[in-house]
Write a protein that binds this ligand. Sequence first.
Ligand SMILES: [Zn+2]
Length: 200
Amino acid sequence: MLKYPKPIEDLIEDFTRLPSVGKKTAERYALYIYTKMSQEHTTLFSNHLIDVKEKIQICKGCGNICSDEYCSICKDQTRNHKQVLVVETIKDLYTIENVNEYKGIYHVLNGAISISKGVGVSDLNIDSLLDLVKKENLEEIILATNATLEGEITARYIKELLQNYPVRITRIAHGLPVGGEMSYADEMTLLKAMEGRREY
Ligand SMILES: [Zn+2]
């Protein structure tokens, strides 16, 4: 089998590590970079990759990504810090935040409990949520994990963990089919899901 020169082969391998990128797409990207991308853009591209790892940190408050110790949402004193919306991923946080309706703060779990994927409670930011509940006098925790089996198991686990604390626990009304992920929801669906949240 004819192999590409090593730098191209290495780049192909790098691209195949990305989700949804197969060998053929990776091959196309790598060749594109060599043949079509200017030196300037290529340098920028590689700098951006490094910057993402070096300049971004996890917010100490909520688990969002930011450039400082705390993210802009946690730092915003006009928001309701007694209302915490629990999401699986940073992407979910951005999806909800960009609807521009929610005025509380967030807590990012960084995934969901999954037996098949080997993700357990200790792999998620659940302890820090418990700490928050113990420390702050919270009014409401809104569980906005996905309407998947993993999302439901995770919501149930958190509910049981926090049931003896004086905090209202609600679950957003997923107007989504089971198995649907929040990131695919449109604004209207999300708004309805937030408005229709129920005691859980
Ligand atoms: Zn934050």
